[in-house]
Design a protein around this ligand. Structure first.
Ligand SMILES: [Zn+2]
Length: 418
């Protein structure tokens, strides 16, 4: 991955402007973060309402998108308040949100990221957290230890999967404090944490971490047949489009049983090759690349089990049957993993994969259907790349559920543009 940093852009900016600049560079790289994922921060000294100098953490607000982030999207939290939490072992989510709200330097500012303490507990001045495809490709398989060691040696720390919140911030801080020589930390099945004395250092550290992962992926993938090769024949593009167009109104009705939805169709080569492959029926049912994708895509897509291309009524019936099965399984997943206060959102799929045809995605509007599409395309990449190292693995159903139904994640959706 190439650095997009340009000193001519960065030179005259203040610390927060530089953070905005670096954040947008990261957001522009969709293989690093998509749609509200990831966050960045810097520790600065500012004057409070009485003109006193205070240490402040400027961290991305919950739900804002890095590629279009602005100064106002970085609420400031008093470092004194953050440091006061360091001796604690754990803290509940709601208590943490309430506590951080009291530490805001600007009254009524944006709600700081749910990963604020991940940044605040580290001593480095600039911190960057991404959900890089290349990194989750390196962690989401069953040969993680061996592969990680060969790519990074001892330079990069790893931490077992833990849901975002206080506990993970505590463990990340402890791990880095115990290994001051480490250059980065990777959160298994989740993403990266890099840091530096300046925003630029942290940005370059991110790119270096990812470039090494990309090289390893390139080597592991060389000459390898992805997804076990084709299983279902793929008709020519015109035939696929005609079949998709004919089934779309019916599909919109099926997926819009609970609420009106817009459906998007994608039969780009990478998508069609995956859905028509020998391994897709199994690989598509393992789980997401990184936890926060579940709030858009749900944990799993609906896979339509066809053994050849279908059109018209046969296609519609097969899709309807697959969606009914999905609803039954999703409802079971909800019942098994529910916690107090979790309310079943609609049990219908957001992603429908049709062998020999392509992928449909559903959302409340065109933008959302497009976001779901984007995210699943990245998931396909990650599944393919992780499979080059070993058997693809993801979060457990319980861990995925805890993020999908976590009130602090759902809060992000309320901030998305209408
Ligand atoms: Zn994250």
């Amino acid at each position: 991955m190439r650095s997009r940093w340009n000193d001519a852009d960065g030179a005259p900016l203040d610390a927060l402007d530089l953070l905005v600049y670096a954040s947008r560079l990261i957001g522009a790289e969709t293989s690093l973060v998509v749609w509200g994922g990831g966050n960045t921060s810097i520790k600065t000294v500012e004057r409070d309402h009485r003109g006193r100098e205070v240490d402040v953490l400027r961290v991305k607000g919950s739900g804002s998108d890095l590629k279009s982030v602005q100064r106002k999207d970085f609420p400031g939290v008093r470092m004194d308040d953050i440091r006061a939490l360091l001796p604690r072992e754990d803290m509940g989510d709601q208590e943490m949100v309430g506590y951080l709200a009291h530490g805001l330097i600007d009254v009524g500012g944006a709600r700081p990221s749910i990963e604020t303490l991940l940044h605040g507990f580290l001593s480095a001045r600039a911190v960057i957290h991404t959900h890089a495809d290349a990194i989750v490709s390196l962690t989401n398989h069953d040969r993680l230890r061996e592969v990680f060691e060969s790519v990074y040696g001892k330079d990069v720390l790893t931490l077992r999967y833990l849901r975002p919140g206080f506990r993970i911030s505590r463990e990340v801080a402890d791990a880095i404090a115990a290994h001051p020589e480490a250059k980065a930390l990777v959160l298994e099945r989740h993403g990266t944490i890099t840091w530096g004395a300046t925003v630029r250092d942290a940005y370059e550290a991110t790119l270096e971490l990812i470039s090494r992962a990309e090289e390893a992926i390139g080597e592991a993938s060389r000459g390898r047949r992805v997804f076990g090769g084709p299983r279902v024949a793929v008709p020519p593009p015109e035939a696929r489009r005609a079949a998709a167009l004919a089934v779309a109104p019916r599909l919109r009705g099926i997926l819009g049983r609970a609420r009106r939805v817009v459906v998007a169709f994608d039969d780009s080569p990478a998508v069609t090759a995956f859905v028509s492959s020998a391994d897709a029926p199994r690989l598509s049912q393992i789980g997401p690349a990184t936890p926060d994708h579940t709030i858009y895509t749900k944990r799993l897509p609906c896979f339509v089990g066809l053994d050849g291309p279908r059109t018209g009524a046969a296609l519609a019936t097969a899709i309807e049957r697959a969606v009914d099965e999905f609803v039954a399984e999703y409802t079971g997943y909800f019942d098994e993993n529910r916690f107090e206060g979790a309310a079943l959102t609609d049990p219908l799929p957001r992603v429908v994969l049709v062998p020999g045809l392509g992928m449909f995605t559903a959302g409340k509007d065109r933008r959302t259907a497009g976001i779901v599409n984007d995210i699943y395309r990245h998931t396909i990449d990650v599944i393919g790349n992780a499979s080059a190292f070993g058997g693809y693995v993801s979060l457990s159903a319980k861990d995925a559920f805890d993020v999908e139904y976590w009130p602090l994640e759902l809060y992000k959706l309320t901030l998305a543009p209408p």
